[in-house]
Design a protein around this ligand. Structure first.
Ligand SMILES: *[C@@H]1O[C@H](CO)[C@@H](O)[C@H](O)[C@H]1NC(C)=O
Ligand SMILES: *[C@@H]1O[C@H](CO)[C@@H](O)[C@H](O)[C@H]1NC(C)=O
Ligand SMILES: *[C@@H]1O[C@H](CO)[C@@H](O)[C@H](O)[C@H]1NC(C)=O
Ligand SMILES: *[C@@H]1O[C@H](CO)[C@@H](O)[C@H](O)[C@H]1NC(C)=O
Ligand SMILES: *[C@@H]1O[C@H](CO)[C@@H](O)[C@H](O)[C@H]1NC(C)=O
Ligand SMILES: *[C@@H]1O[C@H](CO)[C@@H](O)[C@H](O)[C@H]1NC(C)=O
Ligand SMILES: *[C@@H]1O[C@H](CO)[C@@H](O)[C@H](O)[C@H]1NC(C)=O
Ligand SMILES: *[C@@H]1O[C@H](CO)[C@@H](O)[C@H](O)[C@H]1NC(C)=O
Length: 750
């Protein structure tokens, strides 16, 4: 019985083959194929004919590989099945391919190519199944293609079939799933080219976005990093005046491969394994939890490789919209900026870099391919509603500009691949997240950062201990005058002395300082000769000079055109005249003559601290003991300003270049141009004009203009770091891997 059945099967197969071999690949004007007939492409790769899907009794016209008739690749009448075997496919009198019931030629066709063909020479039209699997309707005399099945794909995309928009014909080719294995009818899932913004492929499920390929970044789809490095197929994306389309092709023509979409919303690239006689999946999407569109909502990023099992994190500076849902491991609600967050559009804002991401949905972005990457950042910074940017093309270091203005949706974090996304952030977030952008630390950097971190901690402890000790001593009040108190008393004494010495004139106003003649200064500085130029101070040039009695002085000459400088000048004179401390630079007097305004200081032979610590050769002069003494000295000076002098003064511009070193390397704080005096019980103040130096500014000051003694302490901390490390705390909005504070953070955190 079994044997007979086998024999019969073999016979049927033989007959079938015989029939196929004798089959044509073409339907001419006067021909048709009936159910049971087939078209076979020239080299016998593809077959077109009638088929019955799965357990269904309906019949359809389709195309499949000859070696795998179960896997239908294209269906003509997917939504209009035949319920019997009477179907006939033919070219009708107006030159169109039509599929109809054989018995009811006058009824509506089940399917038709429905193109308008010029009436002349219809008999010249043929339909041909090509070796590429494309079924074409052509005008034989001029080879004009009137219609082709590859323009109307169903659920499968063959090699060199295009997906996307043909601008000339207006056809946007997309894939749609079958309803089920038994019903090739138009299903609920589709894969379309979204041509808005920067083009991307979007997989829809029941009309909702389900998966996104990411934009074409010049090399590959940004959301499928693995795709770029495969050896089996290559992808060709074209975006020009004729089309926005993608096609793929296998590198080895002996490989048979197809991309299909199924009813679960899964995209699969299959490859035929001839020996096992089966299809295997090479690649599929969505692949992991983070491929699911909007998994982490707006302003949320999804990382599939977390230890916690929860894959969502908010963008830098954002927090969950609903912490409750978030705790329940539902990230779809996304993130928002915390209530009362500082403005992102003031002095001090910039961008935090997220590395290796699939950038958020690009369908609503503002795209300019001719902008450079740098210009992109500037453009985005300028417009307050620009929330993020990235380069449109990642080749050659990045070019083109994508700028996001609305919600940023569907960001995925990769461990490698992807591209950089720059998120707008306020100054506070910038300061916090600088470490985030320094993702690529080498082990060496990390070690250095850790050593730095430890040194800072130890130094800070020492300083605190030292300060406590000083304070304890000063409170005791016995066993010798405390040093700082001494300074304060000395300060007040000289202040009173000065008061007695100086006559008050209109220029001097409230200043209680010796007054130098311009001629004295001109003589001392050799008429401000360039040989005597020491550098550029806060608001003008600084010259070295020598008074008649041999005393060396430094003269700060206010630049004449700086209207701002006059205020600072008065401020500095007023403040510093009242201060005397061994760690503050001593003001010897001032000079006011018509437009000229000058400050005369004691001369510091070792110049400013920055020249010392950031200079490779001079750095060696500073051993650890010396550095420690310098830090202690600065701390004393700051403590004096903040609480031990009779005034409470915030310096506001504490930095290495404002600390001068005397002959024995004692530090002296200088440049009080921006200092502010506080009342005794005043804690903080606000200013509209944020002045100072980025890198040393505390976040709340940079951002809100809020300053207090803490602002100086922040700057002091940065300064201490610099003294220990010998590295400058560069403040970069974008490339903050150079940022010292950021590195120390990394060191302390992990
Ligand atoms: C098949 O379909 C035709 C019309 O499409 C209908 O008239 C006919 O009754 C159907 N036959 C069966 C057996 O369902
Ligand atoms: C076509 O119709 C005739 C009768 O009109 C019927 O005998 C025949 O079976 C039909 N053919 C098919 C393929 O249904
Ligand atoms: C054929 O095309 C015309 C216009 O392009 C359209 O109105 C008509 O519905 C189409 N017919 C079919 C059967 O698709
Ligand atoms: C048939 O032709 C196609 C397209 O030219 C080619 O890729 C394929 O390898 C050929 N197949 C065979 C069996 O020759
Ligand atoms: C397609 O979507 C509709 C409406 O959402 C639903 O009723 C139908 O069952 C879905 N079909 C499939 C095959 O999922
Ligand atoms: C996080 O992603 C991993 C990898 O895709 C997945 O296995 C896991 O279920 C995801 N977690 C949640 C809560 O979705
Ligand atoms: C794109 O940038 C270029 C160069 O800055 C500019 O000339 C052009 O107007 C921009 N295009 C759009 C649409 O903004
Ligand atoms: C910022 O960009 C948006 C979107 O391009 C634009 O509508 C708006 O006018 C711009 N605002 C400014 C101040 O340029």
């Amino acid at each position: 019985m079994q044997f007979v059945k086998g024999l019969l099967n073999a016979l049927v197969l033989q007959l079938l083959l015989l029939q196929l071999c004798s089959s044509l690949d073409t339907i001419s004007f006067d021909q048709s194929i009936r159910d049971g007939d087939f078209l076979v492409s020239k080299n016998e790769t593809f077959v077109l004919g009638f088929f019955r899907p799965g357990t269904s009794s309906n019949r359809y016209v389709g195309i499949w590989y000859k070696f795998s008739e179960d896997k239908v690749l294209w269906v003509a009448n997917r939504d209009n099945p035949l319920n019997d075997t009477s179907g006939v496919l033919s070219i009708n009198t107006d030159g169109n391919l039509i599929l109809a019931h054989g018995n009811s030629s006058q009824g509506l066709p089940l399917w038709s190519t429905n193109v308008s063909v010029s009436s002349s020479g219809n008999n010249n039209i043929v339909a041909q199944l090509l070796d590429s699997g494309n079924f074409v309707l052509v005008q034989q005399d001029n080879q004009n293609v009137l219609w082709q099945s590859s323009d109307h794909p169903t659920h499968a995309l063959l090699s060199s079939m295009k997906l996307g928009l043909d601008k000339k014909s207006g056809i946007n080719r997309f894939l749609t799933s079958w309803n089920s294995n038994n019903d090739p009818g138009t299903g609920n899932c589709s894969l379309r080219m979204d041509t808005n913004g920067s083009p991307q492929l979007i997989l829809y499920k029941n009309l909702a976005k389900w998966w996104r390929s990411g934009q074409w970044n010049g090399i590959q789809w940004g959301g499928i990093p693995a795709e770029g490095s495969n050896n089996v197929f290559k992808i060709n994306f074209v975006n020009n005046q004729d089309e926005i389309a993608v096609e793929w092709s296998v590198l080895d023509p002996s490989i048979y491969s197809v991309i299909t979409i199924d009813g679960t919303g899964s995209l699969n690239q299959l490859s035929w394994q001839g020996q096992q006689h089966q299809w295997v999946t090479l690649w599929s999407a969505p692949l992991d939890a983070c491929d699911s569109y909007g998994k982490c909502g707006q302003f949320g990023a999804c990382n599939p490789y977390t230890n916690s099992g929860f894959n969502c994190t908010c963008y830098p500076g954002y927090e969950p919209n609903s912490p409750h849902d978030w705790d329940l491991r539902d990230g779809t609600g996304g993130c928002k900026r915390p209530q009362g967050s500082p403005s992102m559009c003031r002095n001090g804002e910039g961008f935090v870099k997220m590395e290796n991401v699939k950038v958020p949905d690009t369908s609503t972005i503002k795209l300019n391919r001719s902008l450079s990457f740098e210009a992109c950042g500037e453009e985005c910074l300028r417009n307050c509603s620009c929330l993020a940017y990235a380069s449109a093309d990642v080749r050659n270091g990045g070019s083109g500009c994508m700028a996001w203005f609305g919600d940023l949706m569907d960001t995925k974090q990769f461990t490698e691949g992807g591209q950089d996304l720059y998120i707008r952030a306020d100054a506070l977030v910038l300061a916090q997240y600088t470490k985030k952008s320094g993702g690529g630390f080498s082990a060496k950097d990390r070690r250095l950062a850790i050593i730095l971190g430890v040194s800072i901690a130890v130094t800070s402890l020492l300083i605190v201990a030292a300060l406590c000790w000083f304070r304890r001593r000063s409170r005791k009040g016995r066993g010798g005058q405390p040093e700082l108190l001494n300074d304060a008393i000395a300060g007040s004494r000289s202040h009173e002395d000065l008061l007695k010495k100086n006559e008050v004139d209109e220029h001097r106003g409230k200043t209680d300082l010796p007054f130098f003649d311009l001629s004295t200064i001109v003589a001392a500085t050799d008429n401000f000769s360039s040989a005597n130029l020491l550098g550029h101070g806060g608001f003008g040039m600084v010259f070295k000079g020598c008074l008649a009695d041999g005393q060396e002085i430094a003269v700060k000459r206010l630049s004449r055109n700086s209207g701002q400088g006059v205020e600072e000048f008065k401020n500095e004179v007023m403040l510093i005249a009242k201060l005397q401390h061994r760690n503050l630079v001593r003001l010897l007097g001032c000079c006011i003559d018509k437009e000229e305004r000058m400050l005369i200081y004691e001369y510091m032979p070792n110049r400013s601290l920055d020249l010392c610590i950031f200079d490779k050769s001079r750095r060696s002069l500073l051993d650890w003991r010396k550095r420690f003494q310098i830090i202690i000295g600065i701390a004393r000076g700051v403590l004096y300003l903040h609480q031990d002098s009779r005034l409470k003064i915030i310096h506001r511009d504490l930095k290495a270049s404002n600390v001068l070193l005397d002959a024995s390397m004692n530090p002296k704080i200088s440049d009080f141009g921006m200092a502010r005096m506080f009342g005794d019980d005043q804690i903080e103040a606000n200013t509209n004009r944020v002045v100072g130096t980025y890198g040393y500014m505390s976040p709340e000051y940079a951002m809100d203009g809020l300053y207090s003694t803490k602002s100086d302490v922040f700057s002091f901390g940065v300064l201490a770091l610099e003294i220990i490390s010998g590295r400058k705390n560069n403040f970069h909005f974008e490339n903050s891997s150079l940022n010292l504070v950021g590195q120390v953070n990394v060191g302390l955190v992990g």
